[in-house]
Write a protein that binds this ligand. Structure first.
Ligand code: ZN
Length: 154
């Protein structure tokens, strides 16, 4: 089910999201709906606060398959790269954002199992962008510069 995406200015986007305490059918339904919503908008990632749910859940697909992460925590960051970024909650704006080049992330999957993953490139950028949403942070808060444009990403 495609959900409504909250836009910048919505209070939920500024909140620190709560950890998921139990991975149940409700959480799995939320993740499925978030994935539907992300694909429907041609995004590469979506965090639960963007659909109005203040929980630590993100979905990501940069074109290599769907990643679903519950309570993701970046445990290691390496390198530094500046690149253009956008957000489904901030339509028509892109910005240059400095991110770690490579990250290691720990999370719980939809079966309740603890997982670890190392990512670089767009996937690493996306993980950092989405986990920022869980802290109530938008890319526009940390971008070095912002630009209005018609195309959208993330
Ligand atoms: Zn975003």
């Amino acid at each position: 089910m495609v959900l409504e995406i909250k836009k910048a200015g919505a209070p939920v986007l500024k909140e620190i999201a709560a950890p998921v305490t139990e991975v149940n059918s409700e959480i799995r339904k939320l993740m499925a709906d978030m994935a539907d919503t992300m694909y429907d908008s041609d995004g590469v990632g979506l965090a639960a606060p963007q659909v109005g749910v203040s929980l630590r859940v993100v979905v990501i697909d940069v074109g290599e398959g769907l990643h679903e992460m519950i309570n993701p925590v970046i445990i290691k960051r390496e390198g530094c790269v500046i690149d253009s970024e956008g957000c489904l909650s901030v339509p028509n704006i892109t910005g240059e954002v400095e991110r770690a080049e490579k990250v290691r992330v720990e999370f719980i999957n939809k079966r309740g199992k603890k997982q670890k993953m190392t990512a670089d490139g767009l996937l690493a950028r996306c993980i950092q962008h989405e986990t920022d949403h869980l802290e109530g942070r938008l890319f526009t808060d940390i971008a070095k510069s912002l630009k209005k444009e018609a195309k959208k990403k993330k």
